[in-house]
Design a protein around this ligand. Structure first.
Ligand code: HEM
Length: 422
């Protein structure tokens, strides 16, 4: 990922910690309630525009190359969330920027030898030039269409509206922060949309290959929205465990085997001595597909992430959650819970804290974008399936590479058919 070359693969210096804290405040805040609402509103609003566009472009049941549209919807969610601006789907500059991000995302997920042996760079001249051209074009777009205008209208005393305001403020106030640093961070974080768009493409690919998965997700959607009376929002996640579990199952199979860390002191891991400065990899792919931890790990089976719980357990687990009240109301309503049956009812939910499932890693370097990933991928998948059955005219074209969340920019088409009951 573009961002994983910048913030992730960096040291734990004071400057990097400052950058991480700034980003975390906006992408993964501890006081999450207003950001959660914002994420939900931004996602749902964009899905309205996306659906209008999809309705215009698809021919029912025929192959449709949906990936660019999904990537554009994700990019708009990020741009609206972080910079308070979105772009039309017909905007050529915007389309090109999204495409450039996706090309880069695909390339850097291919795991070329030069990624591990930088001295091979001269042999990758063409490849490097391509990446650098795409990056320059992205920077031009973000400067011209987002930053320049924001800088002119920036009011120092006004409250921070979004991530862009926070970056501009840090540029004015902190001598250690340069214009280049804030551009770099903004590109990195806007670029995070590529990961989500690709994840959603994979999820839709699985739905197309396994229609029963789509049917189960649609049952949840129809139940919580009372057959399409409203859109699915982020506040529905607790009541739609199968949908969330489907996203987790996609992450399980696609997680990168390479999460590099460097030992900051001499230590001992699982009985092996590790000296300071040794590079240590968390191999998520092995953890996610090992028969020691998973029943039939090769089978795509979201149910493996689901368990049943009592209302008392659910209430206690939600203590401290900023969305506890809405989540509880939604669970109570969707499971027909009342004072007389509350103690007997078993409620399905997504398993909490599976110790060997770490798609976003753990500890102080854990993924900053994980709330955005969970939130936006849920909103996109659920809102598409609310309105459409997603299938394929040729399942053999849908290919998923293990341990890779990226699908090629020009990837498999999908077939969309409007659901008739709506
Ligand atoms: C499919 C989606 C994604 C997956 C599976 C994923 C996974 C990961 C993993 C495994 C790490 C390494 C953590 C470690 O070193 O222990 C990481 C780091 C990071 N991720 Fe993500 N990520 C995703 C999307 C995103 C998005 C959308 C953003 C931002 C908008 C983001 C921002 C970051 C940042 C900034 C770091 C570095 C944190 C640090 O080193 O301090 N990620 N991610």
């Amino acid at each position: 990922m573009l961002l994983h070359t910048a913030l992730a693969l960096c040291d734990w210096s004071a400057l990097q910690q400052k950058r991480r804290n700034l980003a975390r405040k906006h992408c993964s805040p501890s006081d999450a309630s207003s950001y959660y609402q914002k994420m939900s509103d931004v996602g749902v609003m964009e899905m309205h525009r996306f659906m209008d566009q999809l309705d215009e472009e698809v021919i029912p049941g025929q192959d449709f190359k949906v990936k660019p549209l999904i990537m554009q919807a994700c990019a708009n969610m990020f741009s609206e969330y972080m910079c308070s601006v979105r772009f039309e789907y017909s905007d050529e500059g915007f389309r090109q920027m999204v495409r450039n991000f996706d090309e880069i995302f695909w390339e850097i997920n291919q795991g070329y030898a030069v990624d591990f042996m930088p001295w091979l760079a001269p042999f990758y001249h063409k490849h490097m030039n391509k990446l650098s051209r795409w990056s320059v074009d992205i920077r031009d777009f973000i400067l011209e269409r987002i930053i320049n205008e924001r800088e002119q209208n920036f009011g120092e005393d006004e409250p921070e509206r979004d991530f862009t305001d926070a970056l501009l403020k840090s540029l004015r106030e902190d001598p250690a922060v340069s214009r280049d640093t804030i551009m770099y961070m903004l590109e990195d974080f806007i670029g995070g949309h590529s990961a989500i768009g690709n994840l959603v493409m994979l999820a839709l690919g699985y739905v197309a290959k396994h229609p029963e998965i789509g049917t189960k997700i649609q049952q949840e959607i129809d139940h919580v929205t009372e057959k399409g009376q409203r859109n699915v929002t982020l506040y529905d996640t607790e009541s739609m465990p199968f949908t969330v579990a489907t996203i987790f199952e996609v992450l399980r199979y696609s997680s990168s085997p390479i999460v590099p860390h460097v030992a900051t002191e001499d230590t001992c891991i699982a009985g092996y001595g590790v000296t300071k400065n040794t590079i240590v990899f968390i191999n998520n792919y092995d953890l996610n597909t090992n028969e020691k931890y998973w029943d039939e790990p090769k089978r795509f089976n979201p149910e493996r992430f689901i368990e049943s719980a009592t209302m008392a357990q659910i209430r206690s687990d939600l203590v401290g959650s900023p969305t506890a009240k809405q989540d509880l109301n939604s669970i109570i309503k969707n499971n027909n819970i009342n004072a007389s049956n509350e103690n007997q009812k078993q409620i399905l939910r997504v398993k909490k804290n599976i110790p060997h499932f770490l798609p976003f890693s753990i500890g102080k370097r854990t993924c900053i974008g994980q709330n955005l990933v969970r939130g936006f991928s849920f909103i996109i998948l659920a809102n598409i399936l609310q309105k459409y059955d997603v299938g394929t005219n040729d399942p053999t074209r849908i290919k998923m590479n293990p341990a890779c969340v990226a699908v090629p920019p020009d990837t498999y088409p999908l077939a969309f058919t409007q659901r008739t009951h709506l």
